[in-house]
Design a protein around this ligand. Sequence first.
Ligand SMILES: *[C@@H]1O[C@H](CO)[C@@H](O)[C@H](O)[C@H]1NC(C)=O
Length: 197
Amino acid sequence: MNLLLFFVVTIFSQSYGNEVSELRERVQNLESIVNAMVVKLETCNCQETAVVNKRQVTEGPVAFTAAVSPRSIDHMTDGQSVVFDTTITDIGGGYDNKTGIYVVPLTGLYMFQCSLLDHMAGAHGTSKLHAEIVKNGNMLVRVFAHSEDTYRDQGSNLVFIPANKGDQIWVRVVDNGDLGLGGQFYSTFSGTMMWQS
Ligand SMILES: *[C@@H]1O[C@H](CO)[C@@H](O)[C@H](O)[C@H]1NC(C)=O
């Protein structure tokens, strides 16, 4: 009986000892693998960061959208700026819903977009909408729409433009001294920074 117990204990402790040394070896292997990976990751990390900085904006996001909420803005005159009174989004700041002017918060490449609804001619003013997106007063792109007696019409345009911090972007009516501009969230003005520089 004692002999049997001796055998059992010997076999057990032998296999136990084997298992421990096998595990120790495996842990050492894993340690060296992990160490090698850490070294790789550290070098790799620097490159990754450089790529990210090149491709993405480093500050931001910067984006705004505003809309004309009343049914119409009546009797607009040549050169008058369109005030998109309701701010839907203004991340990064810059849009003023009292003046309609967007002040660029960070220097970079921007996209600006404007969609305008031409109201029907009548009490609100005449139809035939001409407008333009301007930067510091200089025309960038133009929008046209011409409604009919009982149908309204919509025009839009979009521009990619580099802009410096502090530049002013807005939308103004041109070539019409008495325009009835449609609202009700059809007329919108948006912008976003694509790339900071
Ligand atoms: C106008 O802008 C201000 C912030 O500049 C905001 O608090 C307010 O809600 C905006 N008004 C509308 C109608 O979107």
